[in-house]
Design a protein around this ligand. Structure first.
Ligand SMILES: *Cc1c(COP(=O)(O)O)cnc(C)c1O
Length: 377
């Protein structure tokens, strides 16, 4: 059996090698490493895929969040509400920009931000909400947009883990995640659903003013080179990565189908076990399974993880610490017990290997071992 890894980028590359290698060679031949033709082509192709007028590629998903916040012209001290259960990027950029992060608890079944908790956290200083579409499925955008409309708040969707996922409104209208709020941000880090072979990211919007502003911000605040109008950064997607992304975008729907097939296998094998809670699919969304994350009793979680490891099966805890309890955020004064749901989820989650190259033998090995371990706990 092929060795089991959390992600298997190498096998995916080998499967697509001729196309990827040709795309890379073309860039090398042209030497147009910055702002080359592949960057323009990729942004147009991604915009078409998402059915959105503007995509602004940038250097990574963390920069995308920072640039989005800069473009909204928020002022130091303005409050921004986000999920307490996510990767550090959101918190980090808010702190860098001297904005005030306000984290709130999550829905324990979908792991996404709880709209009721957003409502409770709103103050006169609240300016924006950053929902994160975690692990491959959308947050409750209908209710989040409702709250944003009611209080006049901006919405930035962190779509780093869910590009290609959809949100369906009650009328049956369906939109791609990242295209619903004022701005969507995403990452093309090698493990993400749409990935390159290094760092990359993008901003998504339907607003021409925001699109123009963000385009300037990622280019040193300049529309014309050497004429710098606003504070910017250097955050471009390089041409080599764009060329790789064009190939991967062509395959994105297939990548998603492969992940969904692996998830279905897990659901079938693990779904009826009393000690495992399989991922809940939010009914208004599609789950593209960036992660396949189960919940175990906190008493069992770490020992199950260790025993899987002893049997050569990797698993990961995304995320072990709520943002509220990260050291970098200690000055905010949050304490253990403030966010019971997130805290408990951090102690219960276990993400199993899932990627585009899994075969049934590997899935069977993982499930058989996990069920066997649980039987003996
Ligand atoms: C990966 C990720 C980011 C950051 O993306 P980078 O490209 O690594 O900077 C931000 N938010 C979430 C939810 C992510 O998963």
């Amino acid at each position: 059996m092929k060795k089991i890894d959390m992600v298997d980028i190498r096998s995916q590359y080998l499967r697509l090698k001729p196309e990827i290698d040709a795309a890379i060679s073309e860039v090398l031949d042209s030497s147009a490493f910055i702002k080359g033709p592949a960057v323009k082509a990729f942004r147009e192709e991604l915009a078409a895929y998402l059915s959105v007028p503007y995509v602004i590629p940038c250097a990574n998903g963390t920069d995308a969040l920072q640039v989005a916040l800069m473009a909204l012209n928020l002022q130091p001290g303005d409050e921004v509400i986000t999920s307490n259960f996510t990767f550090i990027s959101t918190l980090e950029v808010l702190l860098l920009l001297r904005l005030k992060p306000v984290v709130v608890d999550i829905d324990p079944l979908t792991f996404n931000i709880d709209p009721d908790k957003i409502r409770e956290a709103i103050t006169p200083k609240t300016k924006a909400i950053i929902p994160v579409h975690l692990f491959g499925q959308p947050a409750d955008m209908r209710r989040i947009q409702e709250i944003a409309g009611e209080y006049g708040l901006f919405v930035i969707e962190d779509n780093a883990q869910s590009l290609g996922s959809r949100y369906t409104y009650s009328g049956g209208i369906s939109k791609m995640t990242g295209t619903v709020g004022n701005i969507g941000t995403t990452s093309f880090f090698p493990t993400k659903p749409l990935a390159c072979y290094g760092d990359g990211g993008a901003l998504i919007t339907s607003d021409p003013y925001l699109a123009e502003t963000m385009e300037m911000i990622i280019n040193h605040g300049a529309k014309i080179k050497y004429y710098n109008d606003i504070i910017g950064v250097n955050s471009r997607l390089d041409t080599l990565q764009a060329a790789i992304l064009r190939v991967n975008l062509q395959n994105l729907d297939d990548f998603i189908a492969r992940r969904q097939k692996a998830a279905e296998y897990y659901n079938d094998r693990l779904g009826s076990n009393p000690y495992i809670r399989i991922p809940k699919v939010f009914e208004e969304g599609t789950h593209i399974y960036h992660q396949y994350t189960i919940l175990l009793d906190p008493i069992l979680r770490d020992s199950v993880r260790n025993k899987l490891k002893e049997r050569g099966i990797p698993s990961t805890v995304y995320y072990p610490v709520p943002l509220s309890l990260q050291k970098v955020f200690a000055f905010a004064g949050y304490r253990e017990g403030d966010f019971p749901i997130t805290e408990n989820v951090c102690k219960s989650v276990l993400s199993l290997p899932i990627h585009t190259e899994m075969d049934e033998e590997q899935l069977d090995t993982i499930c058989t071992n996990l069920l066997n371990i649980l039987e003996h706990e």
